[in-house]
Write a new protein. Structure first.
Length: 132
């Protein structure tokens, strides 16, 4: 990936993250906490991809993203450890919301996930897209 490709790919992923966050907000307003939780995770997922693309890394899996963000951003001090844990937790929560029949997500929990996703994307923007 060239420098220009890295910047464009990171910006495209961040835009996708923003769209997912808006979808999560819409689902939360409609009283659909499971969908809101899932889309909030995808906002974080695309934000994490933006981080990785910004340094020329193209992740291959959801779990790989967690490990790569830890290695290249959390351990390097470019992203807080709290945000690394948030990425991992939201991935598990999304799997529960989408696949675990007995999982319960309340409106309050979905709202908290939205807040977490917003905080994550703020840190992503500062780390990966400082000129935007």
């Amino acid at each position: 990936m060239t420098g220009e490709n890295r910047r464009r790919n990171a910006a495209d992923e961040f835009e996708r993250a923003s769209l997912c966050l808006e979808e999560a907000r819409m689902l939360a307003r409609a009283g659909m906490p499971y969908g809101a939780a899932s889309r909030a995770y995808y906002a974080v997922f695309h934000g994490a991809r933006a981080l990785l693309f910004s340094v020329g890394i193209e992740p291959r899996s959801h779990r790989g993203i967690v490990a790569l963000v830890g290695d290249h951003f959390v351990r390097q001090g470019r992203l807080s450890p709290e945000m690394g844990r948030l990425l991992s937790r939201m991935q598990r929560d999304r799997e529960d919301a989408d696949y675990l029949t007995g999982a319960v997500f309340t409106d309050a929990e979905a709202s908290e996930m939205l807040t977490d996703a917003e905080r994550f994307l703020e840190q992503v923007k500062a780390a990966a897209l400082p000129d935007q």
